[in-house]
Write a protein that binds this ligand. Structure first.
Ligand code: NAD
Length: 287
């Protein structure tokens, strides 16, 4: 990796547009349907859900929102998921997170048919990923987008020291497995990690999925590192900010994602790819 004066900015918006361009021709002639289950009115969730549904519709994928009140009962939610599981017209089911405090997300996620689990959060899909079988599994969208962004920098993952910050089921844990499968030596850091700065200084590939704006200082970044910033926080000013101090980090990194316009659009693009994959896996399982 070369030390850089100013980093290559990994344009997630453009890359996502390139991914999405390939989708309509694959949808053609097939009826694909995404069911979105939303509980409550979390403002960010409302925006995310609307973006996902609009993108799907634009590509010829039908969508329907199953919007429940904040105080919906677990029984009602489970019953809706059972109905969607049993409906052959439904290709993908997405339970938008976070759920209200009163509901344990696992109770819903574990009920989704693994072949319709387009967020890749069912234990079957997580188990397949753990085994290293990415082809037969539905894998969480954000980690797939992160891998694509890293690869788009031209830097090979194999043999690199990678640091993943944040151990959530939707980003950090699956991403650490995917990087490991691709030959990186992976450290998975989290809230109990003692010397985060030291870990960051030795990372050639750095992915932050914490949600603490500007926590990672630019001068902690190793010269020539690839930096993927998954974190999105809304400041009081309304501005969206990542975990990494972008302006200083880009003076040291080889490549870096902006926030917004980095990982976010890639997540939506990979959701669309997951809907196609779910359809394919369902067709294969019927044979
Ligand atoms: P989360 O919010 O469930 O958990 C945060 C993680 O950060 C935990 O694993 C915790 O251990 C870790 N953490 C907290 N403080 C830390 C510290 N000081 N050092 C190291 N680790 C620390 O995780 P999430 O759902 O993966 O979300 C993380 C961030 O990524 C949020 O800002 C979220 O909005 C964003 N996100 C973005 C996208 C996208 O498409 N761009 C997708 C998912 C999540």
């Amino acid at each position: 990796m070369r030390p850089s004066i100013s980093a290559l900015i990994l344009n997630g918006k453009q890359l996502a547009a390139d991914v999405l361009k390939t989708i309509p021709s694959q949808v053609q002639g097939q009826k694909l349907f995404l069911a979105v289950v939303l509980v409550g009115n979390n403002p960010s969730s409302l925006i995310y859900v609307s973006n996902k549904m609009k993108t799907a519709n634009r590509l010829g994928i039908e969508t329907m929102l199953f919007h429940f009140e904040e105080d919906a009962s677990l029984e009602d939610l489970l019953s809706e998921i059972e109905t969607l599981n049993a409906d052959p017209a439904v290709t993908g089911i997405l339970v938008q997170l976070p759920l209200p405090q009163s509901i344990n997300p696992r109770e819903l996620l574990d009920m989704v048919d693994p072949l319709k689990d387009v967020d890749g959060l069912h234990p079957f899909n997580m188990g397949m990923l753990y085994e290293g079988d990415e082809n037969s599994a539905l894998i969480p969208c954000t980690p797939q987008g992160c891998i694509h962004l890293i690869e788009s920098s031209g830097v090979s993952i194999e043999g690199k020291k990678a640091l993943v910050m944040g151990r959530s089921l939707i980003v950090g844990k699956p991403l650490s497995l995917m990087l490991s499968s691709r030959g990186a030596t992976v450290t998975l850091a989290h809230s109990k990690t003692r010397d985060l700065q030291k870990e960051i200084e030795s990372a050639q590939i750095l992915i932050s999925a914490i949600g603490n704006p500007g926590l990672i200082k630019g001068d902690w970044i190793q010269e020539g590192a690839v930096v993927i910033d998954v974190g999105i926080s809304k400041l009081d000013s309304g501005q969206l900010k990542g975990d990494v101090e972008f302006e200083t980090a880009k003076e040291r990194a080889f490549a870096i994602t902006p926030v917004p316009g980095g990982v976010g659009p890639m997540t939506v693009a990979y959701l669309m790819k997951n809907i196609l994959k779910a359809n394919k896996l369902q067709q294969m399982s019927e044979r």
